[in-house]
Design a protein around this ligand. Sequence first.
Ligand code: NAD
Length: 499
Amino acid sequence: MATKTITHWIDGKAYERAAARSGDVFNPATGEVSGRVALATPSVVDEAVESAAKAAVSWNSSSIAKRTKVMFAFRELVARHAGEIAALLTAEHGKVTGDAMGEVQRGLEVIEFACGIADLSKGEYSENVSTEVDTYSIRQPLGVVAGITPFNFPAMVPLWMFPLAIACGNTFVLKPSERDPSCSLLMAQMLADAGLPPGVFNVVHGDKVAVDRLLEHPKIAAISFVGSTPIAQYIYETGTRHGKRVQALGGAKNHMIVLPDADMELAADAAVSAGFGSAGERCMAISVVVAVGSAADRLIPLMKERIAKLKVGDGAEAASEMGPIITRQARDRISGYVDAGVKEGATLVSDGRGLQVAGRSNGFFLGPSLFDNVKPEMSIYTDEIFGPVLGVTRVATYDEAIALINRNPYANGVAIFTNDGGAARKFQHEVEVGMVGINVPIPVPMAYYSFGGWKASLFGDHHIYGRDGVHFYTRTKAITSRWPEPRHRGVDLGFPTNR
Ligand code: NAD
Protein backbone atom coordinates (compact mmCIF):
# COMPACT_ATOMS: atom_id res chain seq x y z
CA MET A 1 0.00 0.00 0.00
CA ALA A 2 1.37 3.46 -0.95
CA THR A 3 2.06 5.72 2.03
CA LYS A 4 1.15 9.38 1.89
CA THR A 5 3.03 12.31 3.36
CA ILE A 6 1.08 14.41 5.84
CA THR A 7 2.48 17.88 6.28
CA HIS A 8 1.65 21.08 8.19
CA TRP A 9 -0.71 23.85 7.04
CA ILE A 10 0.81 27.26 7.52
CA ASP A 11 -0.19 30.63 6.08
CA GLY A 12 -3.07 29.26 4.02
CA LYS A 13 -1.25 26.41 2.31
CA ALA A 14 0.39 23.04 2.77
CA TYR A 15 3.92 23.42 4.13
CA GLU A 16 6.41 22.52 1.46
CA ARG A 17 9.74 22.08 3.19
CA ALA A 18 10.76 18.48 3.96
CA ALA A 19 10.32 17.38 7.57
CA ALA A 20 13.38 16.90 9.79
CA ARG A 21 11.36 14.45 11.90
CA SER A 22 8.35 12.30 11.06
CA GLY A 23 6.20 9.48 12.47
CA ASP A 24 4.12 6.57 11.18
CA VAL A 25 0.35 6.75 10.75
CA PHE A 26 -1.44 3.39 10.67
CA ASN A 27 -4.63 1.97 9.34
CA PRO A 28 -5.59 0.20 12.59
CA ALA A 29 -7.86 -2.26 10.78
CA THR A 30 -5.04 -3.66 8.65
CA GLY A 31 -2.07 -2.81 10.83
CA GLU A 32 -0.36 -1.23 7.81
CA VAL A 33 1.45 2.09 7.75
CA SER A 34 -0.69 4.38 5.61
CA GLY A 35 1.27 7.61 5.96
CA ARG A 36 4.18 9.51 7.38
CA VAL A 37 3.32 12.59 9.39
CA ALA A 38 5.75 15.47 9.78
CA LEU A 39 6.63 16.19 13.41
CA ALA A 40 7.24 19.91 13.86
CA THR A 41 10.45 21.29 15.28
CA PRO A 42 10.24 24.46 17.42
CA SER A 43 11.17 26.58 14.40
CA VAL A 44 8.24 25.20 12.35
CA VAL A 45 5.92 26.00 15.27
CA ASP A 46 7.38 29.52 15.31
CA GLU A 47 6.58 29.93 11.59
CA ALA A 48 2.96 28.94 12.22
CA VAL A 49 2.65 31.28 15.21
CA GLU A 50 4.21 34.17 13.24
CA SER A 51 1.72 33.60 10.42
CA ALA A 52 -1.14 33.56 12.94
CA ALA A 53 0.16 36.68 14.69
CA LYS A 54 0.40 38.56 11.39
CA ALA A 55 -3.10 37.48 10.36
CA ALA A 56 -4.47 38.46 13.78
CA VAL A 57 -3.85 42.16 13.07
CA SER A 58 -6.58 42.32 10.43
CA TRP A 59 -8.74 39.34 11.50
CA ASN A 60 -9.13 40.78 15.03
CA SER A 61 -10.81 43.84 13.53
CA SER A 62 -12.67 42.16 10.67
CA SER A 63 -16.43 42.69 10.70
CA ILE A 64 -18.83 40.28 12.36
CA ALA A 65 -20.50 40.02 8.96
CA LYS A 66 -17.27 38.79 7.34
CA ARG A 67 -16.54 36.26 10.09
CA THR A 68 -20.11 34.95 10.03
CA LYS A 69 -20.05 34.62 6.26
CA VAL A 70 -16.91 32.46 6.42
CA MET A 71 -18.46 30.27 9.12
CA PHE A 72 -21.64 29.72 7.09
CA ALA A 73 -19.58 28.78 4.02
CA PHE A 74 -17.41 26.44 6.12
CA ARG A 75 -20.55 24.85 7.58
CA GLU A 76 -21.81 24.11 4.08
CA LEU A 77 -18.52 22.53 3.02
CA VAL A 78 -18.28 20.30 6.11
CA ALA A 79 -21.92 19.20 5.65
CA ARG A 80 -21.39 18.49 1.94
CA HIS A 81 -18.15 16.56 2.53
CA ALA A 82 -19.17 14.79 5.75
CA GLY A 83 -18.74 11.39 4.11
CA GLU A 84 -15.21 12.24 2.97
CA ILE A 85 -14.22 13.41 6.47
CA ALA A 86 -15.79 10.30 8.02
CA ALA A 87 -13.84 8.04 5.63
CA LEU A 88 -10.58 9.67 6.75
CA LEU A 89 -11.56 9.16 10.40
CA THR A 90 -12.22 5.47 9.78
CA ALA A 91 -8.98 5.03 7.84
CA GLU A 92 -6.73 6.48 10.56
CA HIS A 93 -8.70 6.06 13.80
CA GLY A 94 -10.54 2.84 12.93
CA LYS A 95 -14.03 3.80 14.15
CA VAL A 96 -16.96 2.46 12.13
CA THR A 97 -18.51 4.64 9.43
CA GLY A 98 -21.77 5.37 11.31
CA ASP A 99 -19.84 6.46 14.37
CA ALA A 100 -17.53 8.63 12.24
CA MET A 101 -20.57 10.31 10.64
CA GLY A 102 -21.92 10.97 14.14
CA GLU A 103 -18.63 12.59 15.09
CA VAL A 104 -18.81 14.92 12.08
CA GLN A 105 -22.42 15.77 12.93
CA ARG A 106 -21.54 16.77 16.51
CA GLY A 107 -18.69 18.93 15.21
CA LEU A 108 -20.98 20.51 12.64
CA GLU A 109 -23.28 21.61 15.44
CA VAL A 110 -20.50 23.70 16.96
CA ILE A 111 -19.89 25.41 13.60
CA GLU A 112 -23.61 26.18 13.46
CA PHE A 113 -23.41 27.64 16.97
CA ALA A 114 -20.41 29.76 15.88
CA CYS A 115 -22.51 31.12 12.98
CA GLY A 116 -24.50 32.93 15.69
CA ILE A 117 -21.47 34.89 16.90
CA ALA A 118 -23.23 38.21 16.21
CA ASP A 119 -25.63 37.53 19.05
CA LEU A 120 -23.20 35.60 21.24
CA SER A 121 -20.55 38.31 21.37
CA LYS A 122 -22.84 41.23 22.21
CA GLY A 123 -21.76 43.42 25.09
CA GLU A 124 -23.84 45.30 27.64
CA TYR A 125 -24.78 48.96 27.91
CA SER A 126 -25.95 51.05 30.85
CA GLU A 127 -27.06 54.59 30.13
CA ASN A 128 -26.66 57.35 32.73
CA VAL A 129 -24.64 55.44 35.32
CA SER A 130 -23.91 58.98 36.42
CA THR A 131 -25.27 62.19 34.93
CA GLU A 132 -24.51 62.03 31.19
CA VAL A 133 -22.12 59.16 31.78
CA ASP A 134 -22.63 55.74 30.15
CA THR A 135 -20.84 52.46 30.83
CA TYR A 136 -20.67 49.60 28.39
CA SER A 137 -18.69 46.43 27.87
CA ILE A 138 -17.40 44.79 24.73
CA ARG A 139 -15.86 41.37 24.14
CA GLN A 140 -12.59 41.39 22.23
CA PRO A 141 -10.55 38.48 20.87
CA LEU A 142 -7.37 37.38 22.63
CA GLY A 143 -5.04 37.20 19.61
CA VAL A 144 -3.39 33.89 18.69
CA VAL A 145 -4.81 30.83 20.41
CA ALA A 146 -3.71 27.20 20.16
CA GLY A 147 -5.58 23.92 20.32
CA ILE A 148 -3.99 20.56 21.22
CA THR A 149 -6.26 17.59 20.59
CA PRO A 150 -6.46 13.82 21.27
CA PHE A 151 -6.62 10.89 18.86
CA ASN A 152 -10.13 9.74 19.67
CA PHE A 153 -12.12 12.52 17.96
CA PRO A 154 -9.84 13.92 15.23
CA ALA A 155 -12.64 16.02 13.69
CA MET A 156 -15.05 16.78 16.54
CA VAL A 157 -12.63 17.90 19.25
CA PRO A 158 -10.79 20.42 17.02
CA LEU A 159 -14.27 21.60 15.95
CA TRP A 160 -15.12 22.17 19.64
CA MET A 161 -12.40 24.82 19.54
CA PHE A 162 -11.48 26.60 16.33
CA PRO A 163 -14.88 27.64 14.86
CA LEU A 164 -15.70 29.65 17.98
CA ALA A 165 -12.16 30.93 18.46
CA ILE A 166 -12.06 32.17 14.86
CA ALA A 167 -15.61 33.53 14.90
CA CYS A 168 -14.63 35.54 18.00
CA GLY A 169 -11.84 37.14 15.95
CA ASN A 170 -8.82 35.09 17.07
CA THR A 171 -6.35 33.30 14.86
CA PHE A 172 -5.61 29.65 15.56
CA VAL A 173 -2.80 27.11 15.60
CA LEU A 174 -4.01 23.50 15.85
CA LYS A 175 -1.73 20.67 17.00
CA PRO A 176 -3.84 17.59 16.29
CA SER A 177 -3.03 14.07 17.45
CA GLU A 178 -0.13 12.61 15.50
CA ARG A 179 -1.99 9.27 15.34
CA ASP A 180 -4.77 10.45 12.98
CA PRO A 181 -3.70 13.81 11.57
CA SER A 182 -5.17 13.86 8.03
CA CYS A 183 -8.63 15.22 8.67
CA SER A 184 -7.27 18.46 10.17
CA LEU A 185 -5.74 19.23 6.74
CA LEU A 186 -9.03 18.58 4.96
CA MET A 187 -10.71 21.01 7.35
CA ALA A 188 -7.92 23.56 6.75
CA GLN A 189 -8.54 23.34 3.00
CA MET A 190 -12.28 23.78 3.57
CA LEU A 191 -11.69 26.90 5.68
CA ALA A 192 -9.52 28.33 2.89
CA ASP A 193 -12.24 27.47 0.34
CA ALA A 194 -14.77 29.17 2.63
CA GLY A 195 -12.81 32.41 2.30
CA LEU A 196 -10.76 32.41 5.50
CA PRO A 197 -7.65 34.60 4.98
CA PRO A 198 -4.22 32.88 5.12
CA GLY A 199 -2.75 32.59 8.60
CA VAL A 200 -6.05 32.66 10.49
CA PHE A 201 -6.02 28.85 10.79
CA ASN A 202 -2.79 26.84 10.88
CA VAL A 203 -2.01 23.21 11.60
CA VAL A 204 1.28 21.97 13.01
CA HIS A 205 1.65 18.25 13.41
CA GLY A 206 3.87 16.92 16.11
CA ASP A 207 4.49 15.52 19.54
CA LYS A 208 5.80 16.89 22.84
CA VAL A 209 8.41 19.00 21.03
CA ALA A 210 5.72 21.00 19.20
CA VAL A 211 3.44 21.16 22.24
CA ASP A 212 6.21 22.49 24.48
CA ARG A 213 7.01 25.27 22.03
CA LEU A 214 3.33 26.27 21.90
CA LEU A 215 3.17 26.30 25.71
CA GLU A 216 6.05 28.73 26.06
CA HIS A 217 5.57 30.84 22.92
CA PRO A 218 5.16 34.49 23.94
CA LYS A 219 2.74 35.24 21.10
CA ILE A 220 0.20 32.57 22.11
CA ALA A 221 -2.47 34.05 24.37
CA ALA A 222 -4.50 30.97 25.23
CA ILE A 223 -4.48 27.18 24.95
CA SER A 224 -7.37 24.77 24.68
CA PHE A 225 -6.33 21.17 25.38
CA VAL A 226 -8.23 17.88 25.35
CA GLY A 227 -6.49 14.61 26.24
CA SER A 228 -5.45 12.45 29.17
CA THR A 229 -5.32 13.76 32.74
CA PRO A 230 -1.55 13.70 33.33
CA ILE A 231 -0.94 15.66 30.12
CA ALA A 232 -3.88 18.00 30.82
CA GLN A 233 -2.38 18.86 34.19
CA TYR A 234 1.03 19.41 32.62
CA ILE A 235 -0.47 21.66 29.93
CA TYR A 236 -2.42 23.68 32.49
CA GLU A 237 0.52 24.16 34.83
CA THR A 238 3.05 24.96 32.10
CA GLY A 239 0.72 27.17 30.07
CA THR A 240 -0.45 29.24 33.04
CA ARG A 241 3.15 29.57 34.25
CA HIS A 242 3.85 31.22 30.91
CA GLY A 243 1.00 33.66 31.46
CA LYS A 244 -1.56 32.01 29.19
CA ARG A 245 -5.26 31.42 29.64
CA VAL A 246 -5.65 27.61 29.64
CA GLN A 247 -8.55 25.18 29.56
CA ALA A 248 -7.34 21.57 29.75
CA LEU A 249 -9.86 18.74 29.60
CA GLY A 250 -8.59 15.42 30.91
CA GLY A 251 -9.47 11.76 31.19
CA ALA A 252 -12.46 10.00 32.68
CA LYS A 253 -13.91 7.02 34.48
CA ASN A 254 -17.61 7.29 33.81
CA HIS A 255 -20.09 5.43 36.02
CA MET A 256 -23.62 4.38 35.22
CA ILE A 257 -25.87 3.63 38.20
CA VAL A 258 -28.65 1.14 37.57
CA LEU A 259 -31.36 1.17 40.25
CA PRO A 260 -33.46 -2.00 40.76
CA ASP A 261 -36.58 -0.25 39.39
CA ALA A 262 -34.94 0.59 36.03
CA ASP A 263 -36.07 -0.87 32.72
CA MET A 264 -33.32 -3.54 32.54
CA GLU A 265 -33.58 -4.05 28.77
CA LEU A 266 -33.09 -0.32 28.27
CA ALA A 267 -30.22 -0.24 30.77
CA ALA A 268 -28.51 -3.24 29.12
CA ASP A 269 -28.78 -1.63 25.66
CA ALA A 270 -27.41 1.64 27.04
CA ALA A 271 -24.51 0.09 28.97
CA VAL A 272 -23.36 -2.04 26.04
CA SER A 273 -23.71 0.84 23.54
CA ALA A 274 -21.93 3.34 25.78
CA GLY A 275 -19.28 0.88 26.94
CA PHE A 276 -18.24 -0.50 23.57
CA GLY A 277 -19.16 2.20 21.03
CA SER A 278 -15.96 3.40 19.34
CA ALA A 279 -14.24 0.44 21.09
CA GLY A 280 -14.56 2.27 24.41
CA GLU A 281 -12.21 4.99 23.16
CA ARG A 282 -14.51 7.86 24.13
CA CYS A 283 -13.98 10.19 27.06
CA MET A 284 -17.72 9.81 27.73
CA ALA A 285 -17.73 6.00 27.42
CA ILE A 286 -19.27 4.16 30.35
CA SER A 287 -16.58 2.10 32.04
CA VAL A 288 -18.24 1.13 35.34
CA VAL A 289 -21.83 0.00 35.80
CA VAL A 290 -22.82 0.42 39.45
CA ALA A 291 -25.61 -2.07 39.98
CA VAL A 292 -27.71 -1.39 43.07
CA GLY A 293 -29.32 -4.24 45.04
CA SER A 294 -30.97 -6.84 42.85
CA ALA A 295 -30.19 -4.99 39.57
CA ALA A 296 -26.96 -6.89 38.76
CA ASP A 297 -28.48 -10.37 38.62
CA ARG A 298 -31.02 -9.27 36.04
CA LEU A 299 -28.78 -6.88 34.12
CA ILE A 300 -25.63 -8.95 33.56
CA PRO A 301 -27.24 -11.80 31.55
CA LEU A 302 -28.90 -9.20 29.30
CA MET A 303 -25.57 -7.44 28.76
CA LYS A 304 -23.77 -10.71 28.08
CA GLU A 305 -26.36 -11.64 25.47
CA ARG A 306 -25.90 -8.32 23.67
CA ILE A 307 -22.10 -8.41 23.83
CA ALA A 308 -22.05 -11.86 22.22
CA LYS A 309 -23.82 -10.41 19.18
CA LEU A 310 -21.52 -7.40 18.63
CA LYS A 311 -19.81 -7.46 15.25
CA VAL A 312 -16.18 -6.42 15.50
CA GLY A 313 -14.43 -5.69 12.21
CA ASP A 314 -12.90 -3.19 9.82
CA GLY A 315 -14.70 0.11 10.42
CA ALA A 316 -15.00 0.65 6.67
CA GLU A 317 -17.22 -2.43 6.30
CA ALA A 318 -20.93 -1.79 6.67
CA ALA A 319 -21.54 -4.81 8.92
CA SER A 320 -19.01 -3.74 11.58
CA GLU A 321 -20.35 -2.27 14.81
CA MET A 322 -17.02 -1.91 16.61
CA GLY A 323 -13.68 -1.24 14.97
CA PRO A 324 -10.07 -1.80 16.03
CA ILE A 325 -8.01 -0.06 18.73
CA ILE A 326 -5.89 2.92 17.69
CA THR A 327 -2.45 1.25 17.98
CA ARG A 328 -0.96 -2.17 18.64
CA GLN A 329 0.57 -0.86 21.90
CA ALA A 330 -2.83 0.43 23.09
CA ARG A 331 -4.45 -2.89 22.21
CA ASP A 332 -1.81 -4.80 24.23
CA ARG A 333 -2.10 -2.36 27.16
CA ILE A 334 -5.91 -2.79 27.27
CA SER A 335 -5.66 -6.55 26.94
CA GLY A 336 -3.23 -6.43 29.89
CA TYR A 337 -6.01 -4.87 31.98
CA VAL A 338 -8.23 -7.88 31.23
CA ASP A 339 -5.40 -10.13 32.49
CA ALA A 340 -5.06 -7.94 35.59
CA GLY A 341 -8.80 -8.02 36.30
CA VAL A 342 -8.77 -11.82 36.26
CA LYS A 343 -5.68 -11.90 38.50
CA GLU A 344 -7.21 -9.42 40.95
CA GLY A 345 -10.30 -11.59 41.38
CA ALA A 346 -13.04 -9.97 39.27
CA THR A 347 -15.38 -12.35 37.42
CA LEU A 348 -14.78 -12.32 33.65
CA VAL A 349 -18.23 -12.67 32.06
CA SER A 350 -17.25 -11.96 28.43
CA ASP A 351 -13.64 -12.26 27.25
CA GLY A 352 -12.59 -10.17 24.25
CA ARG A 353 -8.98 -11.35 24.20
CA GLY A 354 -7.77 -13.39 21.28
CA LEU A 355 -10.47 -12.18 18.92
CA GLN A 356 -9.59 -12.82 15.26
CA VAL A 357 -11.14 -10.80 12.42
CA ALA A 358 -11.17 -12.71 9.12
CA GLY A 359 -8.79 -11.21 6.58
CA ARG A 360 -7.47 -8.69 9.14
CA SER A 361 -5.02 -10.76 11.13
CA ASN A 362 -2.61 -7.81 11.52
CA GLY A 363 -5.30 -5.33 12.62
CA PHE A 364 -5.29 -3.97 16.17
CA PHE A 365 -8.48 -5.74 17.21
CA LEU A 366 -9.70 -6.60 20.68
CA GLY A 367 -13.16 -7.91 21.44
CA PRO A 368 -15.47 -6.55 24.15
CA SER A 369 -14.85 -7.74 27.73
CA LEU A 370 -17.26 -7.61 30.65
CA PHE A 371 -16.34 -8.08 34.30
CA ASP A 372 -18.65 -8.67 37.26
CA ASN A 373 -17.70 -8.17 40.93
CA VAL A 374 -15.26 -5.34 40.24
CA LYS A 375 -13.99 -3.84 43.51
CA PRO A 376 -12.84 -0.22 43.91
CA GLU A 377 -9.26 -1.21 44.72
CA MET A 378 -8.73 -3.22 41.48
CA SER A 379 -6.74 -1.61 38.68
CA ILE A 380 -9.64 -2.18 36.25
CA TYR A 381 -11.61 0.19 38.52
CA THR A 382 -8.97 2.76 39.45
CA ASP A 383 -7.41 3.30 36.01
CA GLU A 384 -8.81 4.85 32.87
CA ILE A 385 -8.56 1.85 30.51
CA PHE A 386 -9.87 3.66 27.41
CA GLY A 387 -10.83 0.49 25.59
CA PRO A 388 -13.60 -2.12 25.29
CA VAL A 389 -13.55 -3.28 28.93
CA LEU A 390 -16.65 -2.72 31.04
CA GLY A 391 -16.92 -3.57 34.73
CA VAL A 392 -19.90 -4.07 37.00
CA THR A 393 -19.53 -3.06 40.65
CA ARG A 394 -22.26 -4.32 42.95
CA VAL A 395 -23.45 -2.12 45.82
CA ALA A 396 -26.33 -2.58 48.26
CA THR A 397 -27.82 0.92 48.24
CA TYR A 398 -28.12 4.15 46.27
CA ASP A 399 -26.13 5.92 49.02
CA GLU A 400 -23.23 3.52 48.52
CA ALA A 401 -23.38 4.12 44.76
CA ILE A 402 -23.24 7.90 45.02
CA ALA A 403 -20.47 7.76 47.63
CA LEU A 404 -18.40 5.55 45.28
CA ILE A 405 -18.83 7.97 42.39
CA ASN A 406 -18.11 11.09 44.44
CA ARG A 407 -14.91 9.50 45.80
CA ASN A 408 -13.55 8.92 42.29
CA PRO A 409 -10.93 11.48 41.21
CA TYR A 410 -12.40 11.67 37.69
CA ALA A 411 -15.68 13.48 37.16
CA ASN A 412 -16.37 13.80 33.44
CA GLY A 413 -19.72 12.07 32.73
CA VAL A 414 -22.12 9.94 34.74
CA ALA A 415 -25.54 8.38 34.22
CA ILE A 416 -28.40 6.96 36.25
CA PHE A 417 -31.02 4.52 34.98
CA THR A 418 -34.25 4.51 36.97
CA ASN A 419 -38.00 5.02 36.65
CA ASP A 420 -38.10 7.02 39.88
CA GLY A 421 -38.15 10.77 39.17
CA GLY A 422 -37.40 11.60 42.79
CA ALA A 423 -34.29 9.40 42.82
CA ALA A 424 -33.12 10.94 39.55
CA ARG A 425 -33.61 14.45 40.88
CA LYS A 426 -31.74 13.64 44.10
CA PHE A 427 -28.92 12.17 42.00
CA GLN A 428 -28.56 15.18 39.70
CA HIS A 429 -28.26 17.38 42.79
CA GLU A 430 -25.84 15.22 44.75
CA VAL A 431 -23.48 13.86 42.15
CA GLU A 432 -20.15 15.68 41.84
CA VAL A 433 -19.65 15.24 38.09
CA GLY A 434 -19.73 17.79 35.27
CA MET A 435 -22.14 16.07 32.83
CA VAL A 436 -25.08 14.00 34.01
CA GLY A 437 -27.38 11.66 32.09
CA ILE A 438 -30.78 10.54 33.36
CA ASN A 439 -31.69 7.43 31.36
CA VAL A 440 -29.13 8.79 28.84
CA PRO A 441 -25.78 6.98 28.94
CA ILE A 442 -23.59 9.48 27.03
CA PRO A 443 -24.79 12.95 28.02
CA VAL A 444 -22.63 15.05 25.69
CA PRO A 445 -24.20 18.53 25.83
CA MET A 446 -25.39 20.16 22.61
CA ALA A 447 -23.30 22.96 21.13
CA TYR A 448 -25.37 25.67 22.85
CA TYR A 449 -24.47 24.27 26.27
CA SER A 450 -20.84 23.73 27.25
CA PHE A 451 -18.86 20.50 27.65
CA GLY A 452 -16.64 19.80 30.61
CA GLY A 453 -15.99 17.59 33.59
CA TRP A 454 -15.03 18.43 37.15
CA LYS A 455 -12.05 17.47 39.35
CA ALA A 456 -9.27 15.58 37.48
CA SER A 457 -11.31 15.70 34.26
CA LEU A 458 -10.78 19.44 33.75
CA PHE A 459 -8.10 21.94 34.69
CA GLY A 460 -9.13 25.57 34.30
CA ASP A 461 -12.23 27.65 34.80
CA HIS A 462 -14.05 27.29 31.51
CA HIS A 463 -15.83 24.37 29.92
CA ILE A 464 -15.43 24.04 26.18
CA TYR A 465 -17.71 25.39 23.40
CA GLY A 466 -21.12 26.95 24.10
CA ARG A 467 -21.16 30.26 25.99
CA ASP A 468 -18.15 29.17 28.06
CA GLY A 469 -16.27 28.89 24.76
CA VAL A 470 -17.16 32.46 23.79
CA HIS A 471 -16.00 33.67 27.20
CA PHE A 472 -12.78 31.67 26.99
CA TYR A 473 -11.87 33.08 23.57
CA THR A 474 -12.67 36.73 24.41
CA ARG A 475 -11.83 39.23 27.09
CA THR A 476 -14.15 41.90 28.37
CA LYS A 477 -13.41 45.58 28.17
CA ALA A 478 -15.59 47.97 30.18
CA ILE A 479 -15.79 51.56 28.93
CA THR A 480 -17.07 54.54 30.85
CA SER A 481 -17.76 57.61 28.70
CA ARG A 482 -19.13 61.08 29.14
CA TRP A 483 -20.84 62.85 26.24
CA PRO A 484 -21.71 65.15 24.62
CA GLU A 485 -18.85 67.15 26.03
CA PRO A 486 -16.67 66.55 29.06
CA ARG A 487 -17.15 69.39 31.57
CA HIS A 488 -14.17 70.98 33.24
CA ARG A 489 -14.61 70.22 36.92
CA GLY A 490 -11.07 70.87 38.09
CA VAL A 491 -8.72 68.40 39.72
CA ASP A 492 -10.37 66.00 42.18
CA LEU A 493 -8.25 63.26 43.78
CA GLY A 494 -11.28 61.52 45.31
CA PHE A 495 -12.46 58.16 43.98
CA PRO A 496 -15.00 58.62 41.14
CA THR A 497 -18.55 58.41 42.50
CA ASN A 498 -21.90 58.80 40.80
CA ARG A 499 -23.67 62.14 40.67
P1 NAD B 1 -2.91 12.22 25.15
O1 NAD B 1 -3.01 12.99 26.42
O2 NAD B 1 -1.89 11.16 25.04
O3 NAD B 1 -2.63 13.22 23.92
C1 NAD B 1 -3.38 14.38 23.73
C2 NAD B 1 -2.53 15.41 22.99
O4 NAD B 1 -1.39 15.74 23.79
C3 NAD B 1 -1.99 14.91 21.65
O5 NAD B 1 -2.05 15.96 20.72
C4 NAD B 1 -0.54 14.53 21.97
O6 NAD B 1 0.31 14.70 20.87
C5 NAD B 1 -0.18 15.48 23.08
N1 NAD B 1 0.78 14.90 24.03
C6 NAD B 1 0.90 13.59 24.38
N2 NAD B 1 1.88 13.42 25.28
C7 NAD B 1 2.40 14.64 25.51
C8 NAD B 1 3.44 15.12 26.36
N3 NAD B 1 4.15 14.31 27.15
N4 NAD B 1 3.71 16.44 26.36
C9 NAD B 1 3.00 17.28 25.58
N5 NAD B 1 2.01 16.89 24.76
C10 NAD B 1 1.70 15.58 24.72
O7 NAD B 1 -4.38 11.65 24.85
P2 NAD B 1 -4.83 10.66 23.69
O8 NAD B 1 -4.31 9.29 23.98
O9 NAD B 1 -4.58 11.25 22.36
O10 NAD B 1 -6.42 10.68 23.92
C11 NAD B 1 -7.08 9.90 24.86
C12 NAD B 1 -7.28 10.64 26.17
O11 NAD B 1 -8.00 11.85 25.94
C13 NAD B 1 -8.12 9.86 27.17
O12 NAD B 1 -7.55 10.03 28.44
C14 NAD B 1 -9.48 10.53 27.10
O13 NAD B 1 -10.29 10.41 28.24
C15 NAD B 1 -9.10 11.94 26.86
N6 NAD B 1 -10.18 12.70 26.25
C16 NAD B 1 -10.83 13.60 27.04
C17 NAD B 1 -11.89 14.32 26.52
C18 NAD B 1 -12.63 15.29 27.37
O14 NAD B 1 -13.42 16.04 26.82
N7 NAD B 1 -12.43 15.36 28.66
C19 NAD B 1 -12.28 14.13 25.19
C20 NAD B 1 -11.57 13.22 24.40
C21 NAD B 1 -10.52 12.51 24.95
